[in-house]
Design a protein around this ligand. Sequence first.
Ligand code: MN
Length: 200
Amino acid sequence: MTIQLPQLPYAEDALAPYISAETVSFHYGKHHAGYVQKTNELIEGQPYADLPLEELIQYAHDNNLGLLFDHAAQIWNHTFFWNSLTVAEQPQSVPDSLRQLVDRDFGSVEALKAKLVRKGMTTFGSGWVWLILENNRLDVIKTQNAFTPLTNPNQTPLLCLDIWEHAYYLDVQNRRLEYLKNVTEHLLNWSFAAQNLENR
Ligand code: MN
């Protein structure tokens, strides 16, 4: 069995003007696809080659297979990232079920967005910012490199932002703040977050 690159949930130009088609083309078609290709090379002929992706990530995590973990987790993180965004022309409001928790734990949706931006701005090096549910409370956390809340049984990821430079450098070069504001103001898929909350 080989791991497949999931389809993008929208066209490559669907996130423009906030994230360009060129960025999506490289990010999805080269980076995301590259993690799939490398993972398949690493698992070929191995006893864990037939594990579904989420189990493979946990296996690599638990057995200190660092190179495999990094590539497999990056496949999952990127798929989750694409799903965390929505078509630029169809911005989504926050469903009531999620909004109640956001108001309780952050004060407001605007305060949550500000916290996502702040965590993104204080990430040193490459990583991810996540909206998660932990101990029945929402929180915003960051993870370095390929690390993912998926392997923490106490954390349910709801949304994520890619803080690797490849996510924004073609569009805004070093201006990470502009990328973070564009994404949090215009592209977050709140329905996806609410769905993850319901399915936990
Ligand atoms: Mn990326």
